[in-house]
Design a protein around this ligand. Structure first.
Ligand SMILES: *[C@@H]1O[C@H](CO)[C@@H](O)[C@H](O)[C@H]1NC(C)=O
Ligand SMILES: *[C@@H]1O[C@H](CO)[C@@H](O)[C@H](O)[C@H]1NC(C)=O
Ligand SMILES: *[C@@H]1O[C@H](CO)[C@@H](O)[C@H](O)[C@H]1NC(C)=O
Ligand SMILES: *[C@@H]1O[C@H](CO)[C@@H](O)[C@H](O)[C@H]1NC(C)=O
Ligand SMILES: *[C@@H]1O[C@H](CO)[C@@H](O)[C@H](O)[C@H]1NC(C)=O
Ligand SMILES: *[C@@H]1O[C@H](CO)[C@@H](O)[C@H](O)[C@H]1NC(C)=O
Length: 467
């Protein structure tokens, strides 16, 4: 008996000791944070201060909500950061509700998305889409959602957000199981000064990162991974956004690695908010059934001034692809692309004027998109099936296409018709194999790439350390 007591007492002391060590560790972790961000914060707290349990099983939706609510009082007093420590933090959808806020994931922190539908509130469709993308009507709120915010940072020392998308993909594929559109992983709406960086994002239920109706957005150092056969797992979708810079991202996806959008048919035309002044650089993409960068197909608010450079793709369907249709209206213009390196792909250049997915039958058959001023230069592509499929619209050709300095090497069994062109116009220079006759060959043309700097390139990051 007495011996047992002694053992118990010793264990109790040991456990207490371990607990206090744990607490000490957390404090240390708090002190040793160093990262770069658009702004640093005066106040910080750990998710565990709000009762969170990192066992991968306990729902922490309430802890995230309580933490964010508690920290919101600092929005006008130097801002606040919420630190997610190492552990597996299961949660349903939660909202970022205050400006001047940072969500920081430590290296071994994993936010796990709940697979319980009741943990996902429903929100109305986006006005520029008129309906959810998967189904008529509403949509599930994104895992991390925020609206009408200024100066929001979601970053980490390569911490992970795992959308556990497999159950959603299954529901999406089996007819009738899903009458509400799947959630995205991160959606920030009507916001400005956004940074999303240095994270690993895996298995989103649908799109991963969706800034919409927003401006001044920096997306940097993301590793985005989803099975190459998962449905609609686009990497980054800037949608009706101005001044966006996406750089140093590695994306493996079942859909487009980057998809540039601005609303769908009559809803997007009415909303009328373009995506413009977009920089994409140092992107590496693997997506065998989709594009490295897609412009559209939802482009009804217009897409203008996109600058993409140093783009690498290993096994993709296409490079910088334009997707549009009758009924979209608006425009895709002033697109500049240089230094693309591709290995194994179906089409190096692909433009589709008949991407005929419509939100409903109410689209305007007279709303023709204007596709104008599309420039590609310095392209090396190997193991290619078709050099180009450029498919404009009857009575509405795609014009001002320029391709220079492109060297395409074909697969062992290349198709006969390498350049399949209809209803397009433009020029080429130093391109092989020989382009279609609609693209006039001119000697020593160098397709333009803007020399000026966009404001989003002027952002200076600050070094933040927590003391
Ligand atoms: C997040 O905010 C939206 C409104 O902007 C609301 O509909 C939704 O229920 C909120 N989500 C949560 C988890 O509270
Ligand atoms: C972040 O983690 C991913 C997944 O483990 C890894 O592939 C990537 O190289 C890491 N990035 C950095 C910068 O360490
Ligand atoms: C974040 O990512 C950027 C771009 O990949 C990299 O240069 C930087 O070193 C990373 N910062 C940290 C704190 O890991
Ligand atoms: C053509 O493109 C390749 C690959 O980007 C590049 O190395 C080379 O310098 C370019 N040539 C000219 C004349 O610009
Ligand atoms: C070339 O592309 C084909 C598909 O067209 C693929 O099966 C093959 O593995 C690729 N070869 C190399 C060397 O990557
Ligand atoms: C050429 O493109 C047109 C229009 O996109 C398509 O209908 C046709 O099948 C293509 N031809 C070949 C041989 O690929």
């Amino acid at each position: 008996m007495d011996q047992m007591k002694v053992v118990h007492t010793i264990s109790a002391i040991l456990i207490l000791g371990m607990l206090s060590l744990r607490v000490a560790e957390c404090r240390t972790a708090k002190v040793s944070l160093h990262y770069r961000a658009i702004n640093c914060r005066k106040h910080s707290a750990l998710l565990t201060d709000f009762g969170a349990v990192g066992d991968g099983k306990t729902s922490n939706t309430k802890a995230f909500k309580a933490a964010i609510h508690s920290l919101s009082k600092y929005a006008s007093d130097g801002g606040a950061q919420l630190i997610v420590p190492p552990g597996k933090w299961l949660t349903g959808s939660f909202n970022l509700t205050s400006s001047h806020f940072t969500l920081f994931l430590e290296k071994k922190a994993v936010i796990l998305a709940s697979q319980d539908e009741s943990e996902w509130p429903q929100v109305p469709p986006l006005p520029s889409y008129g309906r959810g993308r998967d189904a008529y009507g509403g949509r599930f709120s994104s895992l991390i959602f925020g609206t009408h915010l200024t100066d929001v940072v979601i970053t980490g020392n390569n911490g992970t957000i795992d959308g556990q998308g497999a159950t959603w993909w299954k529901k999406f594929r089996s007819d009738g199981f899903l009458n509400v559109t799947r959630p995205y992983m991160i959606e920030l709406m009507h916001s400005n000064q956004i940074q999303i960086s240095n994270l690993t994002l895996i298995n989103s239920p649908s799109w991963f990162v969706h800034p919409v109706y927003s401006s001044d957005i920096l997306i940097q150092g993301l590793t985005i991974l989803a099975p190459v056969d998962s449905p609609n797992t686009d990497g980054v979708d800037p949608d009706s956004c101005t001044n966006t810079r996406i750089e140093d991202c590695f994306i493996v996806s079942g859909d487009d690695c980057i998809a540039v959008k601005s609303g769908w048919d009559q809803y997007g035309i009415k909303y009328g908010m373009p995506t413009k002044h977009l920089i994409i650089r140092r992107l590496t993409c693997i997506s065998p059934d989709s594009a490295t960068i897609a412009l559209g197909s939802e482009m009804s608010g217009g897409i203008q001034d996109v600058r993409a450079e140093d783009i690498t793709a290993i096994d993709t369907q296409s490079g910088v692809r334009i997707k549009t249709a009758i009924g979209r209206g608006a425009y895709v213009k002033d697109i500049y692309v240089r230094r693309m390196t591709f290995k194994t792909m179906k089409y190096v250049f692909w433009m589709s004027g008949a991407y005929n997915q419509h939100p409903d039958a109410g689209f305007d058959p007279n709303a023709l998109p204007e596709i104008q001023g599309i420039n590609y230069r310095d392209v090396v592509a190997e193991n290619v099936t078709y050099s180009a499929r450029l498919d404009g619209m009857a009575n509405n050709p795609f014009t001002g296409i320029c391709i220079s300095n492109a060297t395409i090497t074909l697969t062992e069994k290349p198709k006969d018709l390498q350049w399949n062109c209809t209803n397009i116009a433009g020029v080429t220079s130093n391109v092989s194999p020989k382009p279609c006759s609609l693209l006039h060959v001119k000697e020593d043309v160098v397709c333009p790439f803007p020399e000026d700097q966009l404001p989003i390139d002027d952002i200076q990051l600050k070094t933040c350390s927590t003391t």
